[in-house]
Design a protein around this ligand. Sequence first.
Ligand SMILES: Cc1ncc(COP(=O)(O)O)c(C=O)c1O
Length: 389
Amino acid sequence: MAVAERQMRIQASLAPFLRGVMDAVPLIGDPDACDFLAGNPEVPALPGYVETLQKWLEPQNRRWFAYGMPDPRAAEAAAAALADELGIAFEPDDVMLTRGAHGAMALAMATVLDPGDEVVFISPPWFFYEALILGAGATPVRVRANETTWDLDLDAIAAALSLRTRMLLINTPNNPTGRIYPDDTLALLGALLERQSNEAGRAVYLLSDEAYSKILFDGNTMRSPARHYPRTLVVHTFSKSALAPAQRLGYLAMPPTMPDREALRRGAMSASFSTSNLAPDAVMQYALPDLLDIVVDMNKLQLRRDRLLEALRSAGYQVQTPEGTFYLLVRSPNDDEGAFVGRLAQDKVLAMPGSMFEMPGYFRLSITATDDMVERAIPVFEKAISDVR
Ligand SMILES: Cc1ncc(COP(=O)(O)O)c(C=O)c1O
């Protein structure tokens, strides 16, 4: 076989995503499409973004684009911002710059996982969790979220933990449910993982994907499990806050309470050499301190969320109110959500079928679409549900 067996397993895990993308590709370029597919910008850039990158593109010394250590100013700024966000005194040496959240998760896994280790992750998941876990040579163990509240199901997580569990991967605010896990749940989760680490005699790490930490509605504040469990590896990205996901920038951070911090710093350093291409490009590193202030307009986003929620509900759709993230999770009026999404696409409204993220019977709408797209799509949503009934 030309391709490694592991890659074949990874391809199988990606099949629903790739199928969905292949279906959507012919529609994405249509200038008349109302595109609710991905958390992608529909405007070229947020105000100030281009100017910031232009400023840092200009070399300030002869080694500007040389091989070297990560930019210390970036780690300092990221640590200070994270300390401010979470109320934890993160240190710059515990911030590892990466290519987005994806790079940060790969770095965390390369640092602490061995072949045969199990990683518990929550379904519905982000598209690439399983691929990342398999790519690290570990075994994915799926646990369903509570299907009524979309909170973590702590009993189910407890039942899934084994002596081989090395990591639990969670995401809050959650894509696709929009749920922010309550502090109480995170505290109980911390206690559970502490018990498990003691009983197993080996640390269980909590990988906390906080990609949407700045995309919070209704005055919500960010709640991280790092406040409750010292062995939390925090994943951050600028893909969502600055709404420029193709300009790769993010980081992995350890709280100061992390046991064996020195060893983990060295482990992350060696992991970054063994897993090439995880560090962001020089210009992104230089720009990081300035990019912290460039954040999507949350007032506008919340108005758009509310407009779409109200219109969908009036038309008869069942839809979650997201507490954070870019996404509305909508129950398909037709159990075959693929057919329903296909029906919407005929009228140039692009939605993501739940089969792409382990939520058959649902579809997801990203409110990174423009207000104009929302207004043009509303009559299509109304007509499509009335056709089903
Ligand atoms: C939950 C979640 N985690 C991680 C990512 C990846 O983020 P990045 O572009 O920073 O790699 C995304 C992007 O869609 C996401 O939704």
